[in-house]
Design a protein around this ligand. Structure first.
Ligand code: SF4
Length: 270
């Protein structure tokens, strides 16, 4: 059974292992219901508003209309994403949609050192940009949570092939990470979207299959993997921003810490 510490719900490895076994062959709606019942207000959908996150939002909204939904405006999103946010708010009016932004001091420190487009210079600097613009704001959201929903699926990329529907997120303070769509295929997601009339990001209609920041995303060609359009110019680099798995290039950490040091002083706490 979960242990209540003050008003927090904390699960240990043994408990989460048993729960994961029980829930791994359950339907996404069952996982969502269990999570909403278990974590209550200390649970949010963290999403970049792609079809997987929208599917989760639609499912969760049926159980808890005021579900908390967190996304990040990195400052480099395509305009279509911001328009789409308005559509989401209109379709799910009771949802508690929060749009986070990067820390201004961190952003200025990065741009001062590397200009507005550091991602064009090297993979380590692209990862720094992702950390400052996307991952760090998300981490601030996770600090107040006991659990978070993601739209990750096992068939999206090799780094995601082993995810479970329920797991302890040791990269983020041991809170619970919920991947209710883990065993769904892309086709199942799109079938749900069509059947339920869930709104989708307008760029899908232009050949995009994974949508992030404007300068770092492009449509994919026939037969390419869905995430092939992300940072497409990079070779031998993870198609990840660092939110869902630790990135170990050995190259970006020093620069990242230097930027945090400039922004906040050496006690930035990261
Ligand atoms: S996707 Fe590109 S612009 Fe967006 S945060 Fe990452 S590197 Fe920066």
């Amino acid at each position: 059974m979960p242990v209540d510490l003050m008003d927090r719900v904390v699960l240990d490895d043994l408990e989460i292992g048993e729960i994961a076994n029980d829930l791994d062959d359950q339907e996404p709606e069952d996982v969502i219901e269990w999570a909403l019942e278990t974590f209550g207000e200390r649970l949010a959908i963290i999403t970049a508003l792609q079809v997987d996150g929208m599917t989760l939002l639609d499912m969760a909204y049926r159980v808890k209309p005021d579900i908390r939904v967190v996304t990040v405006d990195t400052g480099r999103l395509p305009p279509e994403t911001l328009t789409f946010l308005d559509e989401i708010r209109a379709r799910y009016p009771k949802a508690n949609v929060e749009v986070l932004e990067p820390d201004q001091a961190e952003l200025e420190a990065m741009v001062d050192r590397h200009g507005p487009d550091p991602f064009t210079k090297s993979v380590p600097l692209r990862l720094v940009c992702c950390q400052i613009r996307k991952v760090r704001p998300m981490l601030r959201a996770l600090e107040g949570l006991d659990a978070w929903f993601t739209g990750l699926r096992r068939d999206q990329w090799a780094s995601r092939a082993a995810i479970k529907k329920v797991e302890l997120d040791h990269d983020h303070d041991g809170i619970v990470k919920l991947n209710p769509l883990a065993d769904w295929s892309k086709e199942e997601v799109w079938d749900y979207i069509a059947e339920q009339g869930v709104p989708t990001h307008p760029l899908y209609a232009q050949g995009y299959t994974s949508i992030g920041c404007g300068p770092c995303t492009r449509p994919v060609a026939e037969g390419e993997a869905d995430r092939a359009g992300r940072w497409w110019w990079e070779t031998n680099a993870p198609k990840e921003c660092g939110m869902h798995c630790p990135i170990e290039t050995g190259g970006f950490e020093h620069e990242f810490h230097a930027i945090l040091g400039e922004a906040h002083g050496d006690d930035s706490g990261y």
